[in-house]
Ligand binder design. Structure first.
Ligand code: NAD
Ligand code: GLY
Length: 376
């Protein structure tokens, strides 16, 4: 199908599970955006209470041309609500409306809504189609693409979930205009991530265009979303279920997830935790001899310019206190349940030379030094 009103398209190439990502302004309310989606009697828009007020009516109106029944459910907003209990609200809404197994789910929101809607789609009647309509920068450049879906557990981030691909991703750049500045910065963390792991030319470009990105210049944002999706598409196309290569997309996430879970979900935004985690991962890469100190400084400077934290938090002490407890032990304890860990051995995404990355273990003593260096 020709799509003259879409400036940018990226294809996720996964044989029969392939799908397009459309990137443009004005997509959300344009009925042409939805023409080729699976036909069904009903659609269910899953969103949250914040995004519902901004964009739900526009999406529902556009979908009415294609689906006889368009239902919606607004979940509570926030990472702390990315839980099994909240997920059940989606199933309640689907069952209450007698939605059949052809019903198409639409995830309208950021990564939290996207991850939960995808998981609900994977489970409801053993699988119904779903469409990602990401409305945060983070979701447009990362979470809506690649089919990772999940909810959190108090003991670990994204621990309960499934790989389940959407049938389409619709990135309407106009939605980014209402995003709070702090959320824009959080999204930039994942944009910046792609440089050290895969494409230093993109890192150079991000450094040069950061001010335009922060000012939300449309053309600059369109390129950032497209290039991020291309890099992710290439990696996911080679390793959909994270048997190896895909792990590099978790640069900074091992430390970052420890921050999110350790402080309590929602205290630091995911992108903020990843940013600080990348500073730690860069220091570790340096200690392992993969990058020099100048690269660590360069990455840290760019993250700081993007409005992101580069000093790690001290995690709260466990109750009751454990013998030998200190901040580094708290991080290490959290990181032992990371999904990349093997038999309790923590494995880190290490960059170096810049633009390449791999996963390896590191001595606890070295990891402790990194944590002590980066945490305030
Ligand atoms: P989020 O979903 O919590 O959204 C951030 C905030 O912005 C929320 O308060 C939301 O209501 C609000 N919001 C959303 N769109 C808006 C808009 N257009 N205007 C104004 N406000 C808007 O957070 P996020 O940063 O989008 O996503 C983080 C989540 O994504 C985490 O749970 C993380 O684990 C997950 N994630 C998943 C993947 C993946 O591959 N599946 C990758 C990266 C991150
Ligand atoms: N955000 C990590 C991944 O999609 O694999």
């Amino acid at each position: 199908m020709s799509v003259p009103f879409v400036n940018e398209q990226v294809l996720i190439n996964l044989a029969e599970r392939s799908y397009p990502i459309w990137i443009a302004g004005g997509l959300l309310a344009d009925a042409r955006t939805y023409l080729e989606l699976p036909s069904a009697a009903a659609a269910m828009v899953v969103t949250n209470t914040t995004v519902a007020l901004l964009y739900q009516d526009r999406l529902v109106a556009a979908l009415r041309g294609r689906y006889q029944h368009v239902y919606s459910v607004a979940l509570p907003d926030g990472e702390e609500h990315k839980t099994w209990q909240t997920l059940n609200l989606v199933f309640d809404a689907l069952l209450r409306n007698a939605c059949d197994r052809r019903t198409v789910l639409f995830a309208l929101g950021g990564g939290v809504v996207g991850d939960m809607t995808g998981f609900a789609a994977a489970c409801y009647m053993r699988g119904v189609p779903f469409v990602q309509v990401p409305t945060t920068l983070l979701a447009q450049v990362d979470s809506s693409v690649g089919g990772k879906t999940a909810v959190n557990h108090p003991l670990g981030k994204n621990m309960i979930g499934a790989f389940y691909q959407p049938v389409k991703v619709i990135c309407d750049l106009d939605t980014l205009s209402s995003l709070p500045a702090r959320e824009m910065s959080a999204g930039l963390a994942e944009v910046i991530k792609y440089g050290p792991i895969a494409d230093m030319a993109f890192f150079d470009w991000t450094e040069a265009n950061l001010d335009a990105l922060l000012a939300r210049d449309r053309r600059t944002l369109a390129f950032a979303v497209r290039r991020s999706c291309e890099i992710k598409a290439s990696i996911v196309g080679q390793d959909e279920r994270e048997a190896g290569l895909r792990e590099i997309l978790n640069f900074g996430h091992t430390f970052g997830h420890a921050i999110e879970a350790g402080l309590g979900y929602g205290q630091w935004l995911h992108g903020e935790a990843v940013a600080c985690g990348m500073v730690m991962a860069a220091h570790l890469s340096c200690r392992l001899g993969r990058v020099d100190g100048a690269f660590v400084d360069r990455l840290t400077r760019l993250l700081r310019r993007a409005g992101l934290p580069v000093v790690g938090p001290v995690l709260p002490a466990p109750q009751p206190a454990l013998p030998g407890d200190d901040n580094a032990s708290r991080y290490l304890q959290r990181m032992r349940t990371d999904k990349k860990a093997h038999a309790g051995e923590i494995r880190f995404v290490v960059t170096g030379p810049p633009g390449t990355a791999h996963v390896q273990a590191a001595p606890d003593a070295m990891v402790r030094q990194v944590i002590d260096t980066v945490c305030g």
